[in-house]
Design a protein around this ligand. Structure first.
Ligand SMILES: O=C(O)c1cc(C(=O)O)c2c(n1)C(=O)C(=O)c1cc(C(=O)O)[nH]c1-2
Length: 255
């Protein structure tokens, strides 16, 4: 007789890590909006749109990390995790990633006020980013921590920009690239810690499968942000374009 209810064995740590890494095939580096940016096909408007919209991701990362810490009773983990907030917010020694992103914005021709006002942030981008922050608020700290692991694939994407943009877009002022340079080392360090937590936490096959689904959720967040930007800046179908060219979309209800 066929055995019933036999649960699958867990993947070994190596197999689990390989399964996580293979999710890189769905990373937003493959999104056509990104592909256009590396290959020099993007217009200044498309690059400005991307920088202004991605700013909303940047300013929400520390809120997401604070939510993880708020749910985490482990002092050792918090001691490490707090560095992520400092990386973005800055401290007395370093200005931080949000400031570096604002300078990227200025380097591509946006004003600080324009970026900070969030007037360019498309509703689809806002909803995707908010979904990530809300997931971190509601999930266990381990699940939320492991959802940051798309960063496994991030150094490559930052390097692609450093390699390709200066040659294709000489009009971008070079001091704008500091953010990408900073993230090369920061993301590698984050991944090392995030991976340690993840490999230790997901012990059963079911839990490991759930983790892969969490990573897919995060990949969906990143991909959906770019879908919204494609609609607005490549296909000229920004929200309400049939009615008005004005950016009437809401600027966030929970400030
Ligand atoms: O430019 C990118 O493509 C990209 C992607 C990601 C990512 O994979 O989530 C992050 C970043 N950049 C980034 O700069 C960053 O600080 C960051 C933090 C996190 C996170 O989930 O905690 N992801 C990312």
């Amino acid at each position: 007789m066929k055995p019933t209810n036999v649960k699958s064995l867990p993947m070994s740590l190596d197999e689990f890590e390989a399964a996580l890494r293979s999710k890189g095939q769905y990373y937003h580096i493959h999104h056509p909006y990104h592909q256009a940016m590396y290959s020099g096909r993007s217009t200044p408007e498309q690059i400005r749109g991307w920088v202004a919209n991605r700013f909303y991701y940047q300013i929400n990362i520390p809120l997401k990390d604070a939510a993880i810490m708020a749910n985490c009773p482990d002092r050792e983990v918090r001691r490490h995790w707090v560095q992520r907030i400092i990386d973005h917010d800055g401290d007395d020694q370093a200005e931080g990633g949000i400031e570096a992103w604002l300078r990227l914005g200025e380097a591509v021709g946006l004003t600080r006020e324009e970026i900070l006002s969030e007037e360019h942030v498309l509703p689809g981008v806002r909803f995707a980013v908010d979904a990530y922050v809300n997931f971190a608020r509601r999930a266990s700290w381990q699940e939320a921590a492991s959802s940051s692991l798309t960063e496994l694939f991030a150094p490559h994407i930052h390097q692609s920009r450093l390699d390709a943009w200066p040659q294709h877009y000489p009009w971008i002022e070079p001091q704008g690239y500091e953010y990408f340079r900073k993230r090369l080392t920061e993301a590698r360090r984050d991944v090392e810690h995030g991976l340690r937590i993840t490999l230790a936490h997901y012990q059963t096959r079911e839990a490991q499968e759930r983790m892969l689904e969490i990573l897919q959720f995060k990949l969906d967040v990143l991909w959906s942000m770019l879908d919204a930007m494609s609609m607005a800046y490549e296909l000229d179908r920004a929200p309400y374009h049939t009615v008005t060219q004005e950016r009437v979309y809401h600027r966030g209800l929970f400030k």
